[in-house]
Design a protein around this ligand. Structure first.
Ligand SMILES: Cc1cc2nc3c(=O)[nH]c(=O)nc-3n(C[C@H](O)[C@H](O)[C@H](O)COP(=O)(O)OP(=O)(O)OC[C@H]3O[C@@H](n4cnc5c(N)ncnc54)[C@H](O)[C@@H]3O)c2cc1C
Length: 635
């Protein structure tokens, strides 16, 4: 039996973004949080280094310098209005966390301490600046605990270990075939025989699987917020946990919503070699140095001014280049060293305790005395579900001629009552390359904005949402079909092949040839996915069944990433095309919106593509400029 729940606001995800949204929404509206992990296990808890804010506690700093660094760091693909919001609201957001009880490291005079991080500079690039507020190398963990405790205090209702399987938008559950979408409300109203479409124009729902019981639940709400985190598991070598399968992005794609800027994936320079587990940039912020096989501190050759503290895209390419040119370390010369041996042991213990322990545990290396083998690891999804500054999900652009543009830009078509925030969203503060410590900041600044907007929208609706069990019936049928499917391809094999394809052909360096190969491989894997089968046929705690669902999202997202990367014939930020090594502002100073077009159908499986051949449409979206002219990006 499908259980029905009614709320004003339903938030999917209990990481930094989801819980910050919940704190705002729950003070105004009846709010639920659905999360596939227990909240304090969300991946925000893995964030190590810090959260950016121009507090100026340790040395002079300015919000405007932070804005400039964010835009330049993103290789000018950042929406400049969004960067201004992020950076100007940063000091207030960090102080708010402090007041909620977050135990930040302190300066001797009792202020929040701050450290250096890549790409954060004073006076527009003159020198690195100490801008990252931090709690040792457990900043995300402390943020997550603090937000959770405050949510509990505010009596937010959590549904833990519930997997969102389906997003029901008014009339849009099975996706729009044209990539433009239909007016919200029409189809749903027609299906339910409502006379007044407008009054019923915001009835959304989430169908979720409860791990502990195997039961399906239908959550109806006027506002839904997607805050499901990133999609790093598209790659094999990644700093992301197994749960980061891009579920919110997959749900959005299936509902006919595009993903923005998916070609831009961040590879963090210092993953533990061969494993991908992250060693935070904080190690270099505290004075760590990258060295090649001659012991040379090679970053001076790539970023003469700020060297090891250059932005991540530049450092990752530098490391990959050292290895390619034979200057890598180890028996296979396939990594470089991160050297902190010159740092005092008490500094390592006080400021980098977790990551140095990772080196001991996973590689058997003692960082006090030995350099640590490192290589770039897939880390962050710059792209995601496109949103406005208040987290409203953008479905597309309103067709316009020059005369009907607002401030010179196309108008957006949003989905009323649908919001997104955090890593799953793309409000475009990171552009082509995120600066370290700007992501935790994004979760709290835009989580709050999305929570506020979701509550306001829900409360402005004349009627509460009203869905019936019939709305969840197709999901139940699909899940049953998947669970009871006769023998077929193994989920782990298809997933491994996908991840290896992405590592090999769509990682730090890309060409038309590698991307073409990746696209063909993904299409073949999509074909295999249609016949995957699970061995566990039980209803309760069926994590294998959930992995099968997640694999559908991974395939869809990988295909969007590769298609968008093929279309962008230039190099910018984290997207480096060896066949087009320069940035090309004339032809590519625009965002990409990638739509998966598939025939609407109730049958098939948990992937937007219920046909084997996926059609992809890529639409250009303008970059919002507010006075920062694109310049050559040198450090
Ligand atoms: C190792 C590491 C270190 C990092 N260090 C830093 C740092 O120092 N500074 C910084 O700014 N950034 C850092 N980042 C990036 C930053 O941590 C993340 O971008 C950010 O925490 C993402 O938060 P989120 O709330 O969007 O997602 P998450 O914290 O990943 O939360 C996602 C939530 O969605 C839920 N969910 C997902 N799918 C479903 C589903 N189908 N149904 C129900 N629930 C679902 C999950 O249960 C979870 O609660 C780091 C990232 C990594 C991987």
């Amino acid at each position: 039996m499908i259980e029905i729940h009614n709320f004003d606001v339903v938030i999917v995800g209990a990481g930094g973004a989801g819980m910050r949204a919940a704190l705002s929404a729950s003070t105004q509206a009846h709010t639920a949080v659905i999360t596939k992990l227990y909240p304090t296990r969300s991946h925000t808890g893995a964030a190590q280094g810090g959260i950016a804010a121009a507090l100026g506690n340790v040395e002079e700093d300015a919000v405007e310098w932070h804005t400039f660094d964010t835009i330049k760091g993103g290789d000018y693909l950042v929406d400049q209005d969004a960067a201004a919001v992020l950076t100007s609201e940063a000091p207030g957001a960090v102080i708010e966390l402090e007041h909620m009880g977050l135990p930040f490291n302190r300066t001797p005079d009792g202020h929040i301490d701050q450290r250096k991080f890549g790409g954060h500079t004073r006076e527009h690039g003159a020198a690195p600046v100490q801008r990252a507020a931090y709690a040792a190398d457990r900043t995300g963990h402390q943020i997550l605990q603090t937000l959770f405790q405050n949510c509990v205090k505010n009596e937010v209702e959590f549904f833990n270990e519930f997997y969102a399987l389906e997003l029901i938008l008014d009339g849009a559950r099975h996706g729009y075939a044209d990539g433009q979408g239909a007016p919200a409300g029409q189809a749903h109203a027609a299906r339910h025989g409502y006379a007044d479409e407008q009054a019923h124009a915001a009835r959304h729902g989430i169908v979720a699987y409860e791990l502990a019981t195997g039961k399906l639940h239908l959550f109806a709400a006027n506002s839904i917020v997607l805050a499901t985190g990133g999609a790093g598991r598209v790659f094999k070598t990644t700093s992301n946990a197994h749960c980061l399968t891009g579920d919110g992005m997959g749900l959005a794609l299936r509902a006919g919503i595009p993903l923005e800027d998916m070609e831009f994936v961040q590879f963090h320079p210092t993953g533990l070699a061969g494993l991908g587990i992250l060693l935070s940039e904080a190690a270099r912020g505290e004075g760590g140095i990258l060295r090649n096989n001659t012991g040379e501190a090679f970053m001076v050759n790539y970023a003469p001014k700020i060297k090891d503290l250059a932005p991540r895209d530049i450092v990752s390419r530098a490391i990959a280049n050292e290895v390619r040119e034979g200057r890598g370390c180890g028996p296979n010369r396939d990594y470089v060293y991160l050297d902190v041996t010159h740092l005092p042991r008490d500094v390592i213990d006080a400021k980098l305790p977790d990551i140095t322990q990772f080196a001991r545990t996973y590689l058997g290396v003692e960082p006090y005395t030995e350099p640590v083998p490192t290589y770039p690891t897939a880390h962050f999804t710059m792209g995601g579900i496109p949103t406005t500054l208040n987290g409203e999900v953008i479905r597309g652009l309103v067709p316009s001629d020059e005369n009907s543009r607002v401030n010179g830009l196309s108008e957006y078509q949003t989905v009323p009552g649908l919001f997104a925030c955090g890593e799953t969203a793309c409000v475009s503060v990171h552009g082509a390359n995120r600066l370290g410590t700007n992501s935790l900041l994004e979760t709290v600044v835009f989580g709050k904005r999305a929570g506020d907007a979701a509550a306001a929208f829900a409360l402005s609706q004349p009627l509460p949402a009203r869905l019936t069990r019939d709305d969840a019936a197709p999901t139940a049928a699909r899940l049953d079909e998947l669970r009871n499917r006769p023998r077929g391809a193994r989920i782990a094999s298809v997933r491994r092949a996908l991840q290896e394809t992405m590592d090999q052909d769509a990682a730090v360096f890309r060409t038309e040839e590698t991307l073409h190969r990746a696209y063909a491989n993904i299409s073949e894997l999509r074909h295999q996915y249609r016949a995957v089968a699970v061995e566990d046929r039980s209803l309760i705690y069926n994590t294998e069944l959930m992995e099968a669902v997640e694999l559908g999202y991974l395939i869809d997202i990988a295909q969007c990433m590769v298609a968008a990367a093929k279309a962008r014939q230039e190099s910018r930020g984290g997207h480096f095309r060896e066949d087009y090594p320069n940035r090309d502002d004339k032809n590519f100073m625009h965002h990409s919106l990638t739509y998966l077009l598939s025939p609407a159908s109730d049958s098939g499986n948990f992937s937007a593509n219920r046909a084997t051949q996926q059609q992809i449409q890529i639409v250009k979206k303008e970059v919002v400029m507010q006075g920062y002219e694109p310049m050559e990006r040198v450090y």
